[in-house]
Design a protein. Structure first.
Lengths: 181, 181
């Protein structure tokens, strides 16, 4: 995204490498304020119940109508775990407790880093929300694999089910998956 | 940081909760552009050589004159590993290869998430840079513990040396430390 105007004085900016810097930044032509753009963190949960995982059909852009795990942008003042739990509440109306950190995925082309935590649904209920038009539990074979909204989520779900099938990985003994896309 | 003026049209903003949102954002009073502020990622390396770790004395603000590991803000287009290696190059002039992810620290009060990777210095050289006025290898007992620039770095270094002393943790067998401050 372009920073056309200075956030501090409203003057126009120019794209240049500031003194003592190695990257191009939007710098104010009036007050010289430097604007930094940095990657954002997406946090969410692989909510499971026995051999099934919970997916939400997106009621919002982008990728409306496709399925994903509850996840979204981390906010200021949160921890990654807080953010994953909040997104699960907002998207699936579940008051979840996050478990083990399952995957960290780097998406440098999108300027994003994904954190996905495992979370046991247990006997908790879930329900549709303004962000999710449909919510359901899917076993591996029932997942609409061609209708998963995000490549990184599809990859993490694949690794999750591979882990379940691996005799060495119980749900409590998953190793952290680090993936660079 | 306040967003006083819109980045897209230069008009004044107001702080309010947009429709379909749960958080206060700076919203343009003219074009309604919404400005999001999100946590930033700091990436760096615990560079080790045998039983010592490499520390840099900061030549720049903040915490100028105090010691830290090479680390800094991740940039757009990078992976967390790329960022950790670049910062090590910029601050200590080492062309390092990152190893195992050692710690992820959440600092919600600072809106930051820290990634620290282990990295073996081997026979590589290091040298002072515009960002580091002094660079040295320290054993645990020689580290200037009261002059470490950042609390999260002190905590990770403490855990690193505890791990070394633990018979169950060799340098290649460190577990990931997840810490929320």
């Amino acid at each position: 995204m372009k920073i056309k105007f200075c956030t501090q004085c409203g003057s126009t900016t120019e794209l240049k490498v500031p003194v003592d810097d190695n990257f191009e930044r939007y710098v104010c032509t009036n007050c010289a304020h430097t604007h930094y753009l940095n990657p954002r963190i997406v946090c969410g949960c692989i909510v499971y119940k026995e051999d099934k995982v919970l997916l939400c059909k997106r009621a919002i852009k982008p990728r409306m109508g496709l399925w994903t795990v509850p996840a979204g942008f981390m906010e200021n003042g949160e921890t990654t775990r807080n953010a994953a739990a909040r997104e699960t509440q907002e998207e699936a109306n579940i008051n979840i407790t996050t478990g083990k950190l399952f995957s960290i995925s780097n998406l440098p082309h999108a300027n994003q880093v994904y954190f996905l935590y495992l979370a046991d649904l247990g006997d908790k209920s879930y329900s549709v929300t303004p962000e999710s038009s449909e919510i359901a539990l899917f076993s591996k074979d029932d997942i609409p694999w061609d209708e998963i909204a995000f490549h990184t989520v599809k990859s993490s779900l694949t690794k999750y089910f591979e882990g379940l099938e691996d005799n060495h990985e119980s749900k409590k003994n998953f190793k952290l998956h680090e993936v660079d896309f």
